[in-house]
Ligand binder design. Structure first.
Ligand code: AMP
Length: 421
């Protein structure tokens, strides 16, 4: 038997409805904020990610699915969506449109990471980008929108919003130097990974989750003390706007995020409910990135939300697939009468199934229960002779006869009653 590749999984029908719920909530909330969907390719030229994410990041160094195609071009399955969306923004001249240009996209991402619960090699994200505007109100608005999305799913109470400012590209080296000054003398007390980060990417030490490193990181100099006056004012304004909208957050000076391109505002949505994989969404401002990819000097801000994790948080609460009825003809004559009724109900958008008249009635009723049908509609020889069908309520087990010509309308009425609950 050939099995699915390690770190990759099927989304089965029993959970797909939850995915649809998450995706529908995203579309509804984002479109209310003026975001339009863009769909970009699943693979791009490798250099787009090398330039757009940063050569020194874990993603580019260790996690990309890179291959040469038959024409000899180096291509990479997208590990994130921002680079592709920005490439499209530049390629199609979006910068002439009214600013900010608001875009969202959703779909699979690919990273060669060590798989564990909540972490996969093919996973799915919803991504939002707002391009061409530096005003701090936009930062606050995009964060508020993300929280509104979680609220729409009933998840707000289980999530914590963290915000930070990591300053500007120009002032960051001075902070990193302070960080290195602080960690260098105590280097041997850090975990192996952090020791490597100290030379490679010292900022990422702040991200470390290893318990032994925590007390050392807690006493490290705060990036908030090293902001330029402009960056500090920008961050204050973001917070004022969040406060004005009543968005609750914690300031987290350790929130630096994994990607090199962030400046100023960074934010993350965390949960206590998913074990080690506690980040559900994260994002930030990336003002130099569009230019770095060969486009105009337009600023940008965005976030990515992990769909697997949102779906996990939803759990199994709520209803799955709904089936109004199983229509059960007994014999050929019943099938001929019920097939057109099934079709008419389906044309009204009502989910029904039909048996084909070959199984015994008792077997079909068991099947109706296993399918989760709300009603069974039975048409055997005796009912047909009387010009009727029987509607059986599978919850209360009550049943009654209805004239065949009234069946479609009666089932539609029952569906409305069901929806009204
Ligand atoms: P990032 O693009 O790394 O900032 O990730 C943004 C969000 O995507 C995270 O908060 C997670 O919810 C999700 N995510 C990132 N990597 C994975 C993965 N390997 N498996 C599942 N979800 C992921």
């Amino acid at each position: 038997m050939i099995k699915a590749v390690r770190g990759v999984r099927d989304i089965l029908p029993s959970e797909a409805w939850r995915w649809q719920r998450v995706e529908a909530a995203a579309r509804q909330v984002f479109e209310a904020y003026g975001y339009a969907e863009i769909r970009v390719p699943l693979f791009e030229r490798t250099e787009l990610f090398a330039r757009g994410i940063g050569d020194e990041t874990d993603i580019v160094k260790k996690e990309m699915y890179t291959f040469e195609d038959r024409g000899g071009d180096s291509l990479t399955l997208r590990p994130e969506a921002t680079a592709g969306v920005l490439r499209a923004y530049i390629e199609h001249g979006f910068h002439v449109e009214p600013k900010p240009v608001r875009l969202y996209t959703m779909g699979p991402m690919f990273r060669y990471e060590r798989p564990q619960a909540g972490r996969y090699r093919q996973f799915h994200q919803v991504n939002v980008e707002a391009l061409g505007e530096t005003h701090p109100a936009l930062d606050a608005e995009i964060i508020a929108m993300l929280m509104d999305f979680f609220a729409a799913l009933g998840l707000a109470g289980r999530l914590e919003l963290h915000v930070n400012s990591i300053g500007d590209v120009g002032t960051r080296p001075a902070y990193i130097a302070r960080l290195v000054d602080y960690f260098a003398p105590i280097q041997s007390e850090l975990c192996g990974e952090c020791q490597a980060r100290l030379t490679r990417n010292p900022l990422r030490i702040l991200d470390c989750k290893i318990p032994g490193c925590q007390p050392l990181i807690d006493k490290a100099p705060s990036i908030l003390d090293s902001l330029s006056p402009e960056a500090a004012e920008h961050f204050e304004a973001v917070r004022r706007c969040l406060d004005a909208m009543g968005v609750e957050y914690a300031i987290d000076p350790r929130l630096v995020r994994g990607l090199d391109y962030y400046v100023r505002t960074t934010f993350e949505v965390l949960t206590q409910d998913l074990g080690a994989q506690n980040a559900v969404a994260g994002g930030g401002r990336y003002d130099g990135l569009i230019q770095q990819l060969g486009g105009p000097a337009d600023p940008g801000i965005g976030f990515a939300m992990g769909l697997e994790r949102a779906v996990l948080l939803l759990g199994s609460e709520g209803e799955g697939r709904e089936l109004l009825a199983l229509l059960i003809p007994v014999g050929e004559a019943g099938l001929a009468r019920l097939l057109p009724v099934a079709r008419a109900l389906r044309q009204r958008g009502l989910p029904v199934e039909i048996g084909y008249g070959a199984r015994r009635l008792q077997r079909e009723l068991e099947r109706a229960n296993r399918l989760g049908a709300r009603y069974a509609v039975i048409a055997g020889d005796a009912e047909l002779a009387a010009g009727e069908a029987i509607i059986r309520d599978l919850k209360s087990r009550d049943q009654r006869a209805v004239p065949l010509e009234a069946l479609e309308v009666e089932m539609a009425r029952l569906a409305q009653v069901e929806n009204g609950r």
